[in-house]
Design a protein around this ligand. Structure first.
Ligand SMILES: O=C(O)c1cccc(C(=O)CC[C@H]2O[C@@H](n3cnc4c(=O)[nH]cnc43)[C@H](O)[C@@H]2O)c1
Length: 233
């Protein structure tokens, strides 16, 4: 079978938005470990769970069960303002583990500086830029956190550490680690449900972000060549 595209979301609502966008029928296909993915003509779409650990575990399980050429972490995200307004799309030029490391008197030390692996994964440049252009998306770092930012001070600290960061979510780095372990390229495609900053549930626009996610994958479904991984330079 021709190697395929694996799209990994956190929750079924995001998975269903991606499938809605891709159109066509979707067949439920079991994944080792009890998860189920939806198989469409262009991509397999898996809701792996919330957070980097669930994302890595679910992605790894899917990658052991079938052959893929590209893995995409997709879903809703918080947007750093003004670069990523609510309802907009963001494509990662870098997938960053933003709170994996150690805290000390000198501040935060990323896991890479501790000597325990990598703190970031870079999607293929031509591919990720081409996808951003096709979606009219902002293009820049997407941060992976294990705790949703809930204060202006935290948002400012993340921005200080990662100038140009456009979005924060909770799965991208986990998906990227599993993809890297299988020697596969990764993308992260996010649509913004809320501004990153003081916790304000009333400000969340999850429905709008899910619609934008469906629209993003409808655009990609209409021009699948955009996702060609041939030029992984
Ligand atoms: O703070 C709340 O009460 C609250 C309300 C709705 C959703 C949440 C989440 O924790 C959603 C996490 C889920 O969605 C992604 N996501 C969306 N926005 C953000 C964000 O600002 N920071 C991090 N993750 C976000 C994430 O990838 C998860 O899958 C909380």
């Amino acid at each position: 079978m021709t190697p395929r595209l694996l799209v990994v979301t956190a929750v079924p609502a995001e998975r269903d938005a991606v499938v809605r966008g891709l159109g066509g029928t979707a067949a439920e296909t079991p994944v080792p470990g009890g998860r189920v993915l939806l198989r469409t003509p262009l991509a397999d779409v898996l809701a792996a769970g919330v957070g980097p650990a669930a994302a890595a575990a679910g992605t790894a399980a899917a990658l052991t069960a079938a052959e893929y050429r590209l893995v995409v972490s997709a879903g809703i995200a918080g947007g750093f303002q003004p670069g990523a307004p609510v309802g907009s799309a963001v494509v990662a030029d870098m997938v960053v583990a933003a709170d994996l490391g150690a805290e000390g008197p000198e501040g935060f030390l990323p896991v890479a500086e501790l000597g325990f692996g990598t703190s970031e994964h870079r999607p293929p440049g031509p591919l990720s830029r081409r996808v951003a252009d096709a979606l009219g998306a902002a293009y820049g770092p997407v941060l992976t956190v294990s705790t949703v930012t809930g204060t202006a001070a935290r948002a400012a600290e993340l921005t200080r550490r990662h100038p140009g960061a456009l979005a924060e979510a909770m799965e991208g780095f986990g998906v990227a680690e599993a993809a890297a372990a299988h020697g596969l390229p990764v993308l992260e495609v996010r649509t913004v449900s809320n501004p990153v900053g003081p916790r304000d549930r009333a400000a969340w626009r999850i429905g709008e972000a899910l619609d934008a996610l469906a629209d993003a994958f409808a655009r990609l479904g209409k021009q699948p060549a955009v996702l060609d991984v041939g030029d992984r330079t």
